[in-house]
Write a protein that binds this ligand. Structure first.
Ligand code: PXP
Length: 241
């Protein structure tokens, strides 16, 4: 059995549904399939523009499926209120830029106003027993700031690593993840990773010492188009095991 948990991000099930603004494919049904195929938790990102997951999806997921729910969201009043109302088990705070295709990197914790919002969010959610994770690039300063402001978990952004796959800087990007991981564990925080991980590049990240959870969406849903969600999730789970 694998020690590394698999969080399956179902945003793109909702993307497909939103293309027609009807009720199918239903992320709730997808969650049930994912959970019986090896997913340890369900990940959903409610964006400001609601391009995929809606608040109602989180509400239904909480009421209709018995599972660990991990919500990705920006640090602002609207999202804090949604999280406090529906109580996901954990939240990952991510940066959000209008118009971006997907999250473009970790939080910029050099920005004082961002740190203030993130700290406020950590406090509000932690007070209600919600675990809080910060999506951070693998750099020591941000990780130390995240620790100081009370995050439980760091989710290391694997975007640069994923994009380096097959290129000259691949080993260097993997090394950056390893070094950042040592620091996260030294600070006694939980260690997660995600973004751009697929069936080819995921194993070296799963093998980083202390890695507890990988959050993966796009590659799983893309493969599911051809092989079905059950097979796509179980294959990923097997690789990270
Ligand atoms: N982790 C975080 C914080 C994310 O924002 C995303 C993208 O929504 C993922 C993981 C999953 O990335 P991907 O869809 O590329 O697997």
């Amino acid at each position: 059995m694998s020690d590394v948990k698999l969080g399956v991000n179902l945003d793109h099930i909702a993307t497909l549904r939103q293309a027609r603004m009807i009720s199918n494919p239903d992320p709730i049904e997808a969650a049930r399939v994912a959970l019986t195929s090896g997913a340890d938790m369900i990940v959903m990102h409610i964006r400001g523009d609601r391009r995929h997951m809606q608040e109602e999806d989180l509400e239904r997921m909480r009421k209709e499926v018995r599972c660990f729910i991990h919500l990705e969201m920006a640090a602002n009043d609207e999202m804090r209120n949604i999280a406090l109302k529906h109580k996901p088990d954990s939240v990952c705070i991510v940066p959000e830029k209008p118009g971006e295709l997907t999250t473009e990197g970790g939080l910029n914790l050099k920005d004082k106003s961002m740190v203030k919002e993130v700290e406020k969010t950590i406090k509000a959610l932690s007070d209600k027993g919600i675990e809080v994770s910060l999506f951070l690039d693998p750099n020591a300063d941000d990780i130390r700031t995240g620790y100081k402001i009370g995050a439980d978990t760091v989710e290391l952004c694997t975007k640069a690593y994923s994009e380096s796959w097959g290129k000259k800087n691949q080993a260097k990007e993997l090394e950056r993840l390893w070094i950042a991981s040592y620091l996260v564990k030294e600070l006694n925080m939980n260690l997660h990773s995600g973004h751009g991980l697929d069936y080819y590049n995921v194993r070296p990240v799963a093998q980083i010492e202390g890695m507890e959870c990988l959050n993966i969406g796009f590659s799983i849903i893309s493969r599911a188009v051809f092989v079905g969600l059950k097979t796509a999730v179980s294959q990923m789970k097997e690789i990270i095991g």
